[in-house]
Design a protein around this ligand. Structure first.
Ligand code: HEC
Length: 505
């Protein structure tokens, strides 16, 4: 029998399926009894279509698997040893086509539910349908005209085009469900810039310039939403039909009505969602996204309790102590020293010289000139000459770790020169009160570890002028509980660790 006629039939079938899918409203798949019934049950029917639609993200993996497999089998069979594989191709292709058809149908229902960006959706939808059409064409070609060398070529070209379109459809589908940066979010920076992927959303939120003039919504609350929520609640995606790109849209709400009840945080859906357990389905932001910090959640709760206003200044609202502290942490001055202060880059040559003496030197964080200096494991002795070698870096060194070395009071004569020190680790060294007399002038110091050294109460009194000091370790020293308490009374907010005894009293 001449089966050539099947080829045009295939084309026709493809066209038909496209037209069918395009012109059939989703509801018609389920309701065709009578016009009246249709009109009455529209809302119910869209629930049903959503029910089936939600299978789409799971189902799509079947055609992807089958169709890639068909492609692989076909081209593997070109190798003599794997010739036999060619026999499996028609069956695998057919399965790919059928599962593809189901995926497309469920996808159609899902897209009917709305909530996706129009442009992305359009692309994904038509690429997906093209895959179905191409797989049908490929299957028909394969079972009819494969013996003809010319059509065999056409078949292989079709198969290849199908795979390319499949990859495109999959990519845009992924962007729809996971956000357009899904694939590249955790890509290492060098690769990222090499293939030209833009920077991801900032991990750090922008800071409040000046608390006195800051507006509560624009400067405090909205930046949190902008960084953590808007990627899914913007005009492109509008998840849950909620737009968070303006105050008015936010207050109007989405599917389930206004998410914020002014003055009633506990009654507000938005606040409830922020505090659900990590794995809860309603939790916002959803699992896998950067979560809000406890501070940010508290601020949002406070703002709702204050009536969720858009206009007033922060200073016009009532601020419990805890909220004031959080707000201060969010202002420019509340940031780590190395982010507030700028210094020039250190000379690489000098860094290298210091490294050759057994110091390990690295920036304290990306993009800053401030340095973290540590000693290599093997370097157990630190001398006055070593410290002198660090002197040209005194402006840049902000964390200095000399712990578990032989360093003594006499070696640290130059310590006061290191004016930008914020963390100093001297635990398990030979230092005593003499060094504290020098530490006294390090006014930026925030962290000091004196665990297992010879310091005493007398030495502690030198530290009273260090008003930025917030953490002090004194375990296994000669300092008494009374001495520690005396210092604690002089420096507000300081945390002193004396080991177990002190914690208990
Ligand atoms: C990864 C995408 C994503 C991010 C990021 C995200 N959401 Fe959502 N959001 C959704 C989806 C999907 C829904 C709809 C499903 C649901 O109701 O749980 C939704 C629904 C909501 C709703 C309910 C809307 C309604 O009326 O039913 C609220 C409120 C909400 N999100 C708040 C937030 C807040 C606040 C943030 C930021 C802290 C946030 N979302 C971040 C995806 C996201």
């Amino acid at each position: 029998m001449n089966r050539t006629f099947l080829f045009p039939v295939a084309i026709l079938l493809c066209l038909l399926s496209v037209i069918l899918l395009h012109t059939t409203p989703a509801d018609a798949f389920f309701l065709n009894e009578s016009e009246d019934l249709l009109a009455e049950t529209v809302s119910e029917s869209s629930d049903i279509s959503l029910f089936f639609g939600r299978f789409h993200p799971v189902l799509v993996h079947l055609p992807i698997g089958f169709l890639l497999m068909a492609f692989l089998l076909e081209f593997m069979s070109l190798i003599k040893r794997y010739e036999q594989l060619a026999h499996a191709v028609p069956f695998v292709l057919l399965m790919g086509f059928l599962s593809g058809l189901f995926s497309a149908a469920t996808g159609w229902l899902l897209s009917d539910g709305g909530g996706y960006g129009e442009d992305l959706l359009w692309l994904h939808k038509w690429l997906g349908i093209s895959v179905v059409v191409l797989s049908l064409a490929a299957w028909l070609l394969r079972i009819t005209l494969y013996d003809d060398p010319f059509y065999k070529k056409i078949f292989r070209v079709t198969l290849t085009v199908m795979v390319i379109v499949l990859i495109g459809a999959g990519h845009y589908g992924g962007s729809l469900t996971h956000g357009s940066d899904y694939l590249f979010r955790y890509m290492p920076e060098p690769v990222r810039s090499w293939i030209g992927v833009e920077e991801e959303e900032p991990e750090q939120l922008s800071l409040i310039e000046n608390l006195e003039t800051a507006h509560v919504y624009r400067d405090v609350i909205e930046p949190i939403f902008a960084a953590r929520c808007q990627s899914c609640h913007d005009p492109d995606r509008t998840e849950g039909e909620l737009l968070m790109t303006s105050y008015e849209n936010l207050m109007r709400g989405g599917e389930s009505g206004p998410p914020i009840e002014p003055h009633q945080a506990e009654e507000s859906d938005l606040y409830r969602r922020l505090r659900l357990p990590d794995r809860h389905d309603d939790r916002m932001p959803p699992r896998g996204r950067t979560q809000l910090t406890a501070d940010q959640i508290r601020l949002i709760g406070w703002w709702i309790e204050q009536g969720a206003p858009s206009d007033p200044l922060v200073t016009e609202l009532e601020r419990p102590g805890e909220i004031q502290t959080i707000l201060e942490r969010l202002t420019v001055g509340g940031q780590p020293f190395f982010e507030r202060v700028q210094v020039a880059q250190a000379d690489p040559q000098i860094i290298e010289e210091a490294q050759s003496r057994g110091f390990r030197i690295s920036p304290v964080s990306e993009g800053t000139a401030f340095l973290h200096v540590n000693t290599l494991q093997s370097k157990t002795s630190v001398t006055a000459e070593d410290i002198e070698a660090l002197l040209p870096l005194s402006e840049q060194i902000t964390w200095l770790n000399l712990s578990r070395t032989s360093v003594q009071d006499d070696d640290l004569e130059l310590l006061p020169e290191f004016r930008n020190l914020t963390r100093l680790y001297l635990q398990h060294t030979g230092i005593s009160d003499g060094t504290l007399a020098r530490v006294q002038s390090l006014e930026n110091l925030e962290y000091l570890n004196l665990y297992a050294t010879g310091v005493t109460d007398a030495g502690l009194s030198y530290l009273e002028s260090l008003q930025n000091l917030n953490t002090l370790y004194l375990w296994q020293t000669d300092v008494t509980a009374d001495g520690a308490i005396a210092l604690r009374d002089r420096i507000s907010g300081i945390y002193i660790n004396m080991g177990v005894e002190f914690e208990e009293e």
